[in-house]
Design a protein around this ligand. Structure first.
Ligand code: AMP
Length: 199
């Protein structure tokens, strides 16, 4: 059955690492909007030029721009058995748009990866050294965390009443998080199958 998964959580929560593993295990694409934007910046396209300034400040690109990118990406054949969205939605407006993009598809499974701020700052400063991501510099990290609290945290209220929403503790080793995620997903798939059979 189609597995349509959204993972959200603050920068440094481990979304990317976990989404890539889940994508390999389940054979569905990991779609990272941050990754798509970084590629565009690298390639120097119009989109890249627009995104670069915003990303370097740690802010969010416009809902309109990013929704357009995701909408187009989800029409590709490789996502017909499902997908893992990593870093989208990041605002309630994006979440509303995603619901309408997916109207005729299997319902969304939503996982919030929860990690305390002080752990994130440490993880991101290590990533800054390893990956040389310009938005992992300390001032930008603080801004990204602030933007997360302000614009993305409200997704919890948006999704939490759905039976297919779960919060997972991301403050554990990558392996432990992976195990919990697998268990959580099995549970969500079951809940979802029950719901679909009612329709
Ligand atoms: P990420 O790799 O997910 O941390 O994304 C890196 C940066 O790309 C973010 O700080 C934003 O500037 C931009 N970005 C990625 N996804 C989105 C999104 N869904 N909405 C707006 N901006 C985004």
């Amino acid at each position: 059955m189609e597995m349509n998964l959204v993972m959200f959580g603050p920068p440094g929560a481990g979304k990317g690492t976990q989404a890539i593993q889940l994508s390999e295990i389940h054979g569905i694409p990991q779609i990272s909007t941050g990754g798509i934007l970084r590629e565009a910046v690298e390639a120097g396209t119009d989109l890249g030029l627009k995104a670069k300034v915003v990303m370097e400040k740690g802010e969010l690109v416009s809902d309109e721009l990013i929704v357009g990118i995701v909408q187009e990406r989800l029409t590709k054949d490789d996502s017909k058995n499902g997908f893992i969205l990593d870093g989208f939605p990041r605002t309630v407006a994006q979440a509303v748009a995603l619901d309408s993009i997916l109207l005729n598809r299997a319902s969304l499974l939503v996982i919030e990866l929860d990690v305390p701020d002080e752990v994130l700052v440490g993880r991101l400063s290590r990533r800054a050294e390893l990956e040389n991501r310009s938005d992992d510099r300390e001032e930008v990290v603080r801004e990204r965390l602030r933007v997360y609290q302000e614009q993305t945290q409200p997704l919890v209220a948006f999704y939490q009443d759905r039976p297919t929403f779960r919060k997972v503790n991301g403050d554990q080793s990558p392996k432990e998080v992976q195990n919990v995620l697998e268990k959580t997903l099995r549970d969500l798939i079951e809940v979802n199958a029950g719901l679909e059979s009612l329709n």
